[in-house]
Ligand binder design. Structure first.
Ligand SMILES: [Fe+2]
Ligand SMILES: [Fe+2]
Length: 218
């Protein structure tokens, strides 16, 4: 069964279970975010078109960074700030600024508009007056990444300028909470793209679409 069909099936089942019309269940935003319908039909990386494969390989590099930053955040929470932690967080912010955000922009400018079109053509959208697709969920994730990184950076920046340790500690803990939320969001977002978006793109995008993506993304 195709991922698109599975998405429809999940929506129909949710409508039956809830006894009310809902179009919120989509493979991009299922009740259990880490168990989307059709997950077992995910296309292996080596079978993806090079332009889609490149996005997934970039995720692999980001996921390694997330593991490191999560360890650093836990370390700061347990033992307080240190030069080594500052350095590691600095590397993470550089990675978000110079790699994650440009990656997201490339998805938004080229891949997302094409996929939104193909998903609508395939009937994989809400039945609301303004048809919404899973691409809207992914765009909202991108916006949330920018917001969380900015808030996290601000908390850590403010903490360094506070005179007493108690206030510093409180603000650092607030920054760590934002940081952990950011790590979780990025993990879930990349999971959604790896397990659902790229597999759907592999099935729905035409040869011309993929050639267009390749030309645009170089
Ligand atoms: Fe993304
Ligand atoms: Fe991505």
């Amino acid at each position: 069964m195709e991922l698109v069909q599975l998405g429809r099936k999940a929506r129909e089942e949710a409508k039956k279970e809830n006894g009310c019309p809902t179009d919120d269940v989509s493979p991009f935003n299922p009740p259990d975010p880490y168990a989307p319908p059709g997950q077992d039909l995910s296309v292996p990386t080596e079978e993806l078109h090079p332009v889609l494969r490149a996005f997934r390989l970039e995720h692999e590099a980001f996921i390694k960074q997330l593991d490191t930053v999560e360890q650093v955040l836990n370390h700061v929470l347990e033992r307080g700030p240190s030069n080594a932690a500052d350095e590691a967080l600095g590397v993470f912010f550089q990675c978000v600024e110079n790699e994650v955000l440009p990656h997201n922009r490339r998805e938004e400018e080229v891949l997302f508009p094409l996929m939104a079109l193909r998903l609508k053509e395939a009937g994989e959208h809400s039945q609301t007056p303004e048809a919404v697709t899973g691409i809207d969920v992914l765009r909202a994730d991108h916006l949330h990444v920018v917001q969380l990184s900015a808030v996290m950076l601000n908390f850590f920046g403010i903490a360094g300028r506070l005179p007493d340790r108690a206030s510093q500690r409180m603000v650092i803990e607030a920054g760590i909470r934002q940081g952990k939320a950011l790590v979780e969001l990025l993990r879930l977002h990349m999971f959604r793209e790896d397990e659902v978006l790229f597999s759907l793109a592999h099935k729905l995008l035409t040869a011309e679409d993929l050639a267009h993506l390749e030309a645009e993304l170089g």
